[in-house]
Structures are given as C-alpha cells and as structure tokens.
Write a protein that binds this ligand. Sequence first.
Ligand code: PLP
Length: 352
Amino acid sequence: MNLPAHGANPAHLYEKINLAQPAQIFDFSVNTNPYGSPPSLKEKWNEWFGAVSDYPDPEGRSLTQLLARQNDVMPDQVLLGNGAAEVIQFLGQLIQGKRVVIVQPAFSEYETACRAYGCEVDFVSIDEGVESIVEVAKEAAALFICTPNNPTGLLFQSDDLLHILDQLQGSSCLVIIDEAFYDFAGSFTYATYLSNYPQLVILRSLTKMYAIAGLRIGYALASETIIKRLARFRPQWNVNALALLAAETALLDSTFVQTSRQWIQEEREQMFEFLEKTGFHFTRSSVNFYLLRDPNLSDQRPLLEFLLKKGFVLRHTYNYPTLNGRWLRAAVKTKEENDQLKEALLAWKQHN
Ligand SMILES: Cc1ncc(COP(=O)(O)O)c(C=O)c1O
C-alpha cells in the first residue's frame, strides 16, 4: 500500500491516502513524550552553542561514563549511536548474511537493517509462545525482542524472557532486547541481567522519553566483547556535540522522568476507561501509546480515514506482520488532545 513506514509524518500519510490535510492536525502517530523535552535543555541551549564549532568527543566519554554509572556496568559495555536506529544498523552489520529472528509485532527497523546487510529474516509471533521462540532462535545469529513493545505498548512477561535467555545460554544467538520505551513503564530493565547472559544486548533511545528525536542519540549496553565488535562499525564522531550535552543533562533530570510517567499513566487510564465504555478494543499498554480497534471492522482503514478527515492522525499497522491493519496505534497525549480524540471517536461510534 506504500503508506509511510513510521509515524510522525502526517503530510506524507495524507498524500499517500489521497486526502486533503485539514488546517489543524493532531498527530497521535508520534510516540515521543507528549510534555516535550526537559525544561533544563531549553535553559542551557544557548550556552551550548559554542560546542558546534568543534568536533565532538569521538567516544562521547563523559556521557558513556554517566550511562555506565547509571546502569551499573563498565564504560566499555556502552556504545553510543546516532539514535538507537544507528545501533540497529551496527547490529545488522555484525550479523550480516546470517539468519535472524524477530518476535512480532515489532519496530520495523530491525527487519530493514538486517535485510540491508543480507540477513535471512524469520518472524515468530509472540502469541506462538516462548517454546516456539526458543525453537526458531536456537540456530539463529540474533533474536530481536521489543519490550515494552512498539506498537502494542505491552510488556513481555519477564519470566518468559528469562526462560528464553536461559534456553539460549551457550548458543551463538545474540538476544537483543529493545528498551526504547522502558522509562515510560517504570524502572525495570533487563540490563541488570547483563552479567548473567553474555549474549544479551540492551538497546535504548533517548528520543522517546526526552522528546529529542531531532538530536539523534541512543545506545547499546552489552558485554565488553560485543561492544568492541559493534564499535568497529561506528563512524568517527557519529554522535554530535549538542546531542552529547543534551543527553547528559536530560539523564541527570530524574524528576522529569517520574513526573512524565505519572502524568502519562493518569491520561492513559482515562483513555482506557473511555475506550472500554464506548466498546473499542485496546491493548493494556504500560507506556505512552496503545493499540485500538473498532471490533466491528477487520481492517481499520475506514476508522483511520474518518479520523484523518477530522485532523486526527493515528498510526496504521499495515507494515507490522501479525497486525496487518487490524489495529491503529494512538499516542497518549495531553489531556486536551486526548479529550479531542475521545470526541472524534464518539462521533465515529454515532455514525457506525
Ligand atoms: C522500539 C524502537 N526502538 C528504536 C527506535 C529508534 O529510536 P531512535 O530515535 O533513538 O533512533 C524507535 C523509534 O521509533 C523505536 O520505536
């Protein structure tokens, strides 16, 4: 169908669907923090301008050390990327030409990056259960698991994930756990298991919680050996100076994360109450987005288009294997925006 492969691109979506874009748009397809970036970034922004004339520290040592301290690992277990997306590219290069397994549904860049490097890509649905996942991953070079999951917002059962790690212990399969949204769900992280499982790789992004998609900063946590192998693919100065400075400031702003999480949780609960009352199906997400569907429709395209005409841009799910357009992804936004979406969804119910 050739719709945009990611959210946060309303103009492209209206064009592809051949609909006129209303003057006012509410972009529920973007899944960054609805309250924006930490105020501390805005306060320091002008002060940082001087950094643009020099090359950044190629290793981003100061930020690497901070991340190591915060995650209780050694600095040589941290690798910075120009967004988590770049780290996914490094992983694709590391396992190039080999077979990888992606637990679906999941962020589409794992497949894109792996295919770009000639990997054979197999999917396994999360609904098939842990034993099937272990079975298909046993002989693979890597297994990708996204938890909290994009697009469902659901958490992988930790007992199940630890069972997978146990079963793959001793195999040559890297277990890559993408925690891009972990800070929206609470403080639980699989990074605490890095010393138990040498083939574990944790992916993180600062894009989502700190609403700094344009700055491009993410990282991997893994054993020193894996980080060394991944670092061979890292271009010199891959992370720019402003991103390094902003990341350090953001990561030290602990109240920002707590406050954001609490506000988002309150809004999410309100939204779920509404969806339940009005007969929409939804995923009981732990993060800042969720899936919803009108149970009377198999393909949600009519609902997607109805909302687009009113200026509400939700994320289609046609390019998520196992979802195939049967759901729409919506962000949890501010109370005003969520209330407006509720009105639009009510209008849909009244007309259908
Ligand atoms: C699950 C997941 N991982 C990684 C990324 C990439 O994040 P970044 O902006 O750090 O490249 C995204 C972005 O949408 C994502 O949803």
